[in-house]
Design a protein around this ligand. Structure first.
Ligand SMILES: Cc1cc2nc3c(=O)[nH]c(=O)nc-3n(C[C@H](O)[C@H](O)[C@H](O)COP(=O)(O)OP(=O)(O)OC[C@H]3O[C@@H](n4cnc5c(N)ncnc54)[C@H](O)[C@@H]3O)c2cc1C
Ligand SMILES: *[C@@H]1O[C@H](CO)[C@@H](O)[C@H](O)[C@H]1NC(C)=O
Ligand SMILES: *[C@@H]1O[C@H](CO)[C@@H](O)[C@H](O)[C@H]1NC(C)=O
Ligand SMILES: *[C@@H]1O[C@H](CO)[C@@H](O)[C@H](O)[C@H]1NC(C)=O
Ligand SMILES: *[C@@H]1O[C@H](CO)[C@@H](O)[C@H](O)[C@H]1NC(C)=O
Ligand SMILES: *[C@@H]1O[C@H](CO)[C@@H](O)[C@H](O)[C@H]1NC(C)=O
Ligand SMILES: *[C@@H]1O[C@H](CO)[C@@H](O)[C@H](O)[C@H]1NC(C)=O
Ligand SMILES: *[C@@H]1O[C@H](CO)[C@@H](O)[C@H](O)[C@H]1NC(C)=O
Ligand SMILES: *[C@@H]1O[C@H](CO)[C@@H](O)[C@H](O)[C@H]1NC(C)=O
Ligand SMILES: *[C@@H]1O[C@H](CO)[C@@H](O)[C@H](O)[C@H]1NC(C)=O
Ligand SMILES: *[C@@H]1O[C@H](CO)[C@@H](O)[C@H](O)[C@H]1NC(C)=O
Ligand SMILES: *[C@@H]1O[C@H](CO)[C@@H](O)[C@H](O)[C@H]1NC(C)=O
Length: 629
């Protein structure tokens, strides 16, 4: 049972070379809000109690306290962490790995030769936004329209309804003209905002080989080149980095929504583990949290007079609901927990973006500088260091990348997309879910698969994602719309003292394999049937003679990672009769004064890395909460 994925190896390699360049900017002395020193400082009651000081939680707390009136307590399991590895933009991966993450391994994946996967999720103030790879991307218009369509065609959970919140969430700082000209970066600020203190910025350098990689997509019929990553369109495009370009450091929920706050109505308590939400006559009235010091564990109860807001992320929000008696009755029974609200969808509908590496190299790629010059070309790295030290410019200002292809099935598989869509439509959807799944959850899954069949036939839902490196080789491939659904459930053996059980159920829907096989075939065509063929492509992995679908499937079972660290869907915003957990106001069905606001409410994944969408969800939630004040 191999628990280290190819991606894990890559991360380890990058960590080995990634030097911490930034200076720690944060110090406790800069903190101006009330960061409580112990549970004795917690007030008896607050208007709002927010569970989790992560991406969504900090965004909401900042906005709710801005009027100076509403009182808010944010309860966070992790600590305030100051580290140059978190601030560092270079490589995008310096903060990844186990250091600031929960320590969870998935259950062995039966369709992946029983491999397990590290489930990374931020365990510190800032949540996953503090450790993510800083890729700043949003989905296409269809990704957001799909969310509202599960309710009605007039839902405000749509592209038009979310665009104002996507704008509000971030301040876009355009790249410098010397960089845009060097590789022809285009952007359109009309898709962006300028009022947030979370930034989408750009490095001051790009690899010239990216132009070659991007232009080769012009040889493929149907590929669009949207002018901006925020346009809601599939295609090949440039996208920014979650960084503050003035200081060339990570910009995240902590820097944007925590560090500079000085308000007596905004309290935060860290190293405090929420164990349950208190329900009285169907109303959420407070929260219990645990603090461990030495051998003593203390439990504290705090009241919420208006609302409890659950923002613990897609791995822990369903766990906290289940521990509070809100979830599938049978599961709670076997854990010895009384069911207060039988809500079968809690912890189901789990989704993440599967990811893999296919290795194709261009033998005659001679463009320099290229990423390979960062490994062993002393002359080049000396130059890069000089730029960085002098002005924080050059290659060390780059994250994981700023260009990628995000393409629909009709573009990458013009001959097979229709049969793949029909196969999905005609399959027995219930058979793809775990045995004894509740009929409402099955109905929701079936509704999703009908939408997905439609999306497979649309050029404006991206399935295929190929991150471009600027080197003469292929980058990671990501499936943006997996059809398999997993589960995140409490461990019934010792539910209050264990991490939840994470099962991606990767490749349980066989149509995922059909789609992934098309990814391998398309990537090969991209290298061997476009102008890139002039550069002598050579396929290394899987070996080029592997063409039989069964063998390609075998390659995928051995190499696919079920996660790009984008867990979502486990407290889905869907109608209750479709297995939903929250309604369009993000209120939990059957409970008063309780909302979930984080990646868990996404009914289906956007065709993009998830962080920008989480910020937008949080911004919209603030208006929904204020409307009820
Ligand atoms: C390694 C990694 C790389 C990624 N790369 C990218 C990327 O490049 N681009 C992108 O867009 N997205 C990326 N993502 C995904 C993105 O960061 C997340 O989707 C997003 O940050 C999730 O926000 P959230 O509010 O749902 O949860 P989080 O930000 O994770 O916040 C949840 C918070 O709740 C706290 N918490 C949990 N349980 C409890 C409890 N019981 N009591 C108290 N507190 C609790 C946690 O400690 C955490 O602070 C990445 C994620 C990871 C982990
Ligand atoms: C917590 O302790 C620090 C250091 O003693 C102090 O500066 C800070 O004001 C305290 N916070 C509160 C809310 O009392
Ligand atoms: C995976 O584990 C299951 C259950 O332990 C076992 O039955 C199966 O043979 C294993 N499969 C592989 C490929 O090892
Ligand atoms: C929206 O749904 C209503 C009711 O089902 C229908 O009458 C109307 O035509 C639909 N509108 C659009 C734009 O699809
Ligand atoms: C730059 O990009 C634009 C928009 O995609 C395109 O029209 C133009 O031809 C490109 N110019 C060069 C020199 O590549
Ligand atoms: C910010 O955006 C608003 C609305 O688009 C615009 O009117 C204003 O000029 C912008 N301000 C700056 C400083 O760019
Ligand atoms: C925080 O706000 C208070 C009240 O307005 C003010 O007295 C104090 O100086 C501020 N603290 C900092 C560090 O800005
Ligand atoms: C904690 O418990 C262990 C074992 O019960 C004991 O040996 C140790 O002395 C305790 N420590 C403290 C600080 O009480
Ligand atoms: C060293 O690097 C500089 C800057 O990239 C470049 O101009 C120069 O040609 C390089 N010299 C050698 C010998 O590679
Ligand atoms: C740093 O920036 C200054 C001002 O733009 C410039 O004069 C200088 O050459 C830069 N240094 C390096 C090493 O690029
Ligand atoms: C569930 O918890 C028990 C008790 O701590 C532990 O032994 C077991 O490994 C856990 N199960 C899983 C699947 O993590
Ligand atoms: C690749 O480059 C080598 C050395 O320059 C050359 O001999 C060879 O013909 C090139 N191959 C192709 C297919 O262009």
């Amino acid at each position: 049972m191999a628990s280290i994925t190819t991606f894990g190896i890559l991360v380890a390699l990058l960590l080995a070379i990634a030097e911490p360049f930034g200076q720690a900017r944060h110090g406790q002395s800069e903190l101006q809000l009330r960061l409580l020193n112990g549970s004795s400082q917690v007030e008896a009651a607050y208007d709002y109690v927010i569970i989790g000081a992560g991406t969504a939680g900090l965004t909401i707390a900042d906005h709710l306290t801005a009027d100076g009136k509403s009182t808010v307590l944010v309860i966070e399991n992790g600590k305030v962490v100051d580290s140059p590895r978190i601030d560092q933009v270079y490589s995008g991966m310096a903060a990844m790995g186990p250091t600031w993450s929960y320590q969870i391994n998935s259950v062995p994946q039966v369709n992946l030769r029983n491999r397990t996967t590290a489930v990374l999720a931020g365990n510190l103030v800032g949540g996953s936004s503090a450790i993510n790879a800083m890729m700043t991307v949003r989905g296409t218009s269809e990704d957001y329209d799909r969310w509202g369509n599960f309710f009605s065609n007039t839902s405000t959970w749509s592209w038009d309804g979310l665009l104002p919140y996507l704008r509000k969430a971030l301040t876009f700082v355009p790249p410098e003209s010397t960089v845009t000209q060097s590789v022809n970066i285009t952007y359109d600020t009309s898709f962006w905002g300028n009022s947030s203190s979370v930034y989408a910025g750009w490095p001051s350098f790009q690899w010239p080989g990216l132009t070659t990689q991007i232009e080769a997509f012009q040889d493929i019929p149907g590929v669009e080149f949207p002018v901006d990553s925020g346009a809601g369109k599939a295609g090949v495009y440039w996208f920014p980095t979650f960084m503050d370009p003035k200081i060339v450091q990570r910009s995240y929920a902590r820097t944007g929504h925590f560090d500079k706050i000085n308000r007596t109505n905004h309290d935060v308590i860290t190293e405090s583990h929420v164990t349950k939400i208190i329900l009285e006559d169907g109303t959420a009235t407070g929260v219990v949290f645990r603090q461990g010091k030495g051998n003593t564990t203390t439990y504290t109860t705090v009241k919420a007079s208006r609302e409890v807001i659950l923002s613990a992320g897609a791995i822990h929000s369903p766990q906290i609901l289940q521990l509070s008696g809100i979830g599938p009755r049978k599961l709670l029974q076997s854990a010895g927990i009384d069911t207060t609200v039988d809500l079968p969808g809690v912890g189901q509908n789990f989704q993440d973006h599967p990811m893999m590496f296919m290795s194709i190299v261009l033998s005659n790629f001679t463009t320099h500088p290229s990423p390979s010059d960062m490994f062993g070309n002393q002359n080049f790295t000396d130059w890069a260091q000089t730029l960085w030290r002098a002005n924080k410019t050059g290659p060390y200002s780059m994250g994981i990348g700023n260009a990628a292809a995000w393409l629909g099935m009709p573009v990458i598989a013009p001959e097979t997309f229709e049969s793949i869509a029909s196969k999905l439509e005609n399959q027995d959807h219930a058979a793809q879910l775990p045995p004894y799944t509740d009929p409402t959850v099955i109905a929701g899954y079936s509704a999703q698969m009908k939408e997905m069949a439609r999306s497979i036939r649309s050029s404006n839902t991206a399935f295929y994602n190929h991150v471009l490196s600027g080197a003469g080789s292929s980058g990671s491939l990501i499936d943006l719309h997996p059809l398999s659904r997993g589960t995140v459930n409490i461990n019934t053996t010792d539910p209050f003292n264990t991490e939840p059980i994470v099962d991606y159920r990767a490749l349980t829907n066989p149509v995922d394999l059909d789609i992934l096989i098309e990814f391998l075939r398309f990537t090969k065509r991209y290298f061997f049937e476009t102008r890139l063929k002039e550069l002598s492509p050579r396929q290394v992995q899987p070996p080029d003679y592997v063409e039989d679908p069964e063998d390609l499937a075998g390659f995928l079972r051995s190499n696919l990672s079920p996660s790009e660290f984008h867990p979502s869907g486990t407290c889905a915003m869907m109608p209750k009769e479709l297995g939903g957990v929250v309604d369009e106001s993000l209120k939990v069905y059957g409970v008063k004064n309780l909302r979930v606001v984080d990646a868990s409410i996404m009914p289906t994944l956007p065709g993009a890395n998830t962080c920008q969408s989480v910020y937008a969800i949080a911004e919209k939630a603030v208006d929904l909460i204020k409307a009820d004040m």
